[in-house]
Write a protein that binds this ligand. Structure first.
Ligand code: GDP
Ligand code: MG
Length: 716
């Protein structure tokens, strides 16, 4: 028989960190609720028969968000053999709330007080013995990050699972409340497993929706329980849920007063608080955020990133790989078309994407540092405070922050949003944020057309953020998305020095997926594109063509090119590039690499994207860049949208919205830009002004009266 041990605890208590060190597997460790959305399993190192399960963070066992539901279902229905309840020792009061509920499940359990390194640094003393006596289960100290106590605790959990000893906590309730719960226990005792009695009775008393809808209790039992609850509510003059919550907090306060000796009073300023007073300051918060993100994109694209990319493109590919591959192929008398396929198609396509991978690594490294150190959680907090005024919730920004790595997990993180309308809105806007795969497009345009200008990459990021905010404000005014923004409770974890291991894992996991894609999706697309651009239709048959302008691909591209002409990039190459971006965004660069024969020009050792740059003006390049950043995302992200929306119509609407939004923005940039440059009016100038007017109207109009009412109430 396999032993299943579940790690349960609040978000950010260190479950994933412990899971990683126990199982040795590389899990993604994140700093906000929403990262660990699905249940993850791993084998305990050195024990083939012990399975460790990392559950999503839960604040309490009354589920509100989808990830909490996952955790609760598992604990209540699948019943692990033992629970390791991870408690953040720097935040005992809040964390023990969940503990009091877990104790009622009748599952063998031990408590691991984590972050002991921080607790000690603060000079707090936690009396483990006293905690253990009151809670009626073993309590141990842990520092998951430093792996102090991890395996000891795992061994204890195995022993506990074998012994099947369930917790025997000191009673939580007293007086009339206790009597009512006892009465409910009596009426359900015949149809409920004994060990589940305490938990079920309390949930029935609270009128827990999930339990009421999926349980098999007879109606008489439910009615009786409700009657008891109502009577107690009248007697104690409060609603059932608040009564239980208050009882739990009273219990915890007493317990903590009794067992914890704090060096500083509870509300004293810690080092983290002091940083927060600047970083989350009413006025400075937003400028600081802008500067931080500016630096992230500036460093990863312009300075360090540019340097490594130059090396990979010019030296690695330009001087070493391409010439030597060509020479050796020529030496073996390989057919010219095959040489072209290999050098222009494969190396041109895959190589031009790989050239930008170092930049992605630098970006991911910096994002991981911000995330691990604790700054990302602050950004969500700051944005929540500001955008609540527009009816947007900070929860909508968490997917956006995750989305700067890759839209797929970003879109999945929308599961933390309980309100369906907010969730849909968030899914629709997450991929506006430039993900890692869009970095090559940004870097290419910045390098080839703007001489590596410092402002291009940060601009791309802020265009994405602005698109999210503008869309949020516009959509919120429609009835389908209106309503009170989801409540947002976010624990701000204390700042800490990121662990090199976590940073490395997070960076590597994100970065390597791009290398893998270069070897699969990008490779395949490049080969297909090479064939399509090498062959053309002449005299009723298919031939190799001398100029790719006569190719099949050119004919296909020319069909859609007029659509993009008003945006300033109506060439067949740009059109094909944009469409190939739907497969994977790096493909835009890969495709251009094939079409402008990136490998060929490299050989000269000169500016290898010259030919490409000649076909764009600064304005059309900007328009091309922004359209590709904002339009419908790649297939993987589309699939995720479909899965999360769970509706074909909503998915279609989302993709249409993004593409239309991108079109309008690019149209305005190009047409109004051309006008300013003195190129005079044309039909499209008027169309641009018209769409701009519509956009502004949607932005500033008053929402329908009934939505306004809802808004006011949420302010009160
Ligand atoms: P989860 O949300 O419960 O899965 O928590 P994580 O494992 O993602 O940890 C949240 C944050 O706390 C991460 O930044 C960890 O590096 C950090 N952390 C975890 N355990 C410890 C610890 O023992 N000491 C310190 N100082 N930090 C820790
Ligand atoms: Mg986790």
């Amino acid at each position: 028989m396999k032993i299943h041990i579940a790690l349960a605890g609040n978000p950010n208590s260190g479950k994933t960190t412990l899971f990683n060190s126990l199982t040795g597997s590389a899990q993604y460790v994140g700093n906000w609720p929403g990262v660990t959305v699905e249940k993850k399993e791993g084998m305990l190192k050195g024990h083939r028969d012990v399975i460790i399960q990392d559950l999503p963070g839960i604040y309490s066992l009354s589920p509100y968000t989808q990830e909490e539901i996952v955790a609760r279902n598992y604990l209540v229905d699948d019943r692990p053999d033992a629970i390791i309840n991870i408690v953040d020792g720097t935040n005992l009061e809040r964390n023990l709330y969940l503990t009091t509920q877990l104790l009622e499940l009748g599952i063998p359990m031990l408590i691991a007080i984590n972050m002991m390194d921080l607790v000690r640094k603060r000079g707090d003393v936690i009396d483990i013995q006293k905690l253990s006596e009151s809670l009626g289960c073993p309590v141990f100290e842990l520092s998951a990050l430093k792996s102090e106590g991890s395996f000891f605790i795992a061994e204890k959990a195995i022993l506990l699972a074998r012994s099947k000893a369930v917790p025997t906590p000191a009673p939580l309730l007293s007086g009339p409340l206790e009597e009512s719960i006892d009465k409910i226990k009596n009426i359900i005792t015949d149809c409920t497993e004994e060990r589940l009695l305490p938990w079920t009775a309390i949930k029935l008393f609270e009128g827990d929706e999930v339990l009421l809808t999926c349980s098999s209790f007879a109606d008489e039992v439910l009615d009786e329980a409700e009657r008891i609850a109502e009577k107690t509510e009248k007697l104690l003059d409060d609603d059932a849920q608040s009564l239980i919550t208050a009882a739990r907090y009273t219990y915890i306060t007493e317990l903590v007063n009794h067992a914890v000796d704090r060096a500083l009073p509870l509300h004293a300023m810690t080092f983290s608080d002091r940083i927060d007073s600047i970083v989350t300051h009413r006025i400075f918060a937003l400028p600081i955020f802008a500067v931080v993100m500016f630096l992230v994109y500036f460093v990863s694209v312009t300075t360090v990133g540019h340097f490594v990319t130059e090396f990979t493109n010019e030296t690695l590919f330009g001087e070493w790989i391409v010439p030597s591959v060509k020479n050796s192929l020529a030496a073996y008398d390989v057919a010219p078309w095959l040489i072209s396929l290999i050098s222009q198609g494969i190396i041109g396509g895959v190589g031009s994407v790989l050239g930008f991978v170092p930049q992605m690594f630098v970006l991911f490294l910096m994002l991981s540092l911000l995330e691990e150190g604790g700054y990302m959680a602050r950004i969500a907090f700051i944005l929540d405070r500001i955008f609540r005024r527009f009816g947007l919730s900070g929860k909508s920004f968490i997917p956006m922050l995750i989305g700067s790595g890759c839209s797929v997990p970003g879109i999945m993180a929308s599961r933390t949003i309980e309100q369906e309308s907010d969730r849909r809105m968030t899914i629709m806007t997450t991929s506006f944020i430039p993900c890692g795969a869009k970095m090559p497009i940004i870097a290419l345009i910045a390098g080839a057309l703007f001489g590596g200008a410092w402002w291009v990459a940060p601009l791309a990021y802020f265009v994405g953020v602005t698109a999210v905010i503008i869309s949020g404000i516009i959509l919120k005014k429609f009835r389908a998305f209106g309503g009170i923004p989801s409540p947002f409770v976010l624990e701000l974890p204390p700042y800490h020095w990121p662990s090199p291991k976590n940073i490395w894992l997070a960076t590597w996991e994100r970065g390597f997926s791009f290398v893998k894609r270069a070897g699969t999706v990008i490779l395949l697309t490049s080969i297909i594109l090479w064939f399509l651009q090498a062959f053309g239709f002449e005299d009723g048959a298919i031939h190799l063509v001398d100029h790719n302008a006569d190719s099949l691909l050119a004919s296909i591209g020319r069909v859609a090119a007029p659509f993009f002409a008003p945006l300033g990039f109506g060439t067949w190459q740009a059109t094909v590039g944009t469409f190939s971006g739907l497969i994977a965004k790096e493909n835009v660069v890969g495709t251009l690499g094939v079409l402008y024969n990136f490998s060929e020009v490299t050989e000269g050792g000169t500016q290898h994207w010259n030919q490409f740059a000649n076909e764009f003006s600064a304005l059309s390049a900007l328009s091309f860049l922004i359209f590709n950043l904002l339009c419908a995302p790649c297939f993987a992200a589309m699939g995720t949208i479909r899965k999360e929306m769970n509706s074909g119509r909503w998915t279609f609407f989302a993709l249409l919205y993004m593409t239309a939004f991108a079109y309008v923005v690019s149209l305005n940039i190009y047409q109004i830009g051309s006008l300013i440059k003195g190129e005079g009016f044309n039909v499209w100038t008027f169309v641009a002004f018209f769409t701009l007017a519509v956009l502004l109207y949607l932005l500033i109009r008053k929402p329908p009266a009934d939505l306004q009412k809802v808004r006011k109430r949420s302010h009160a």
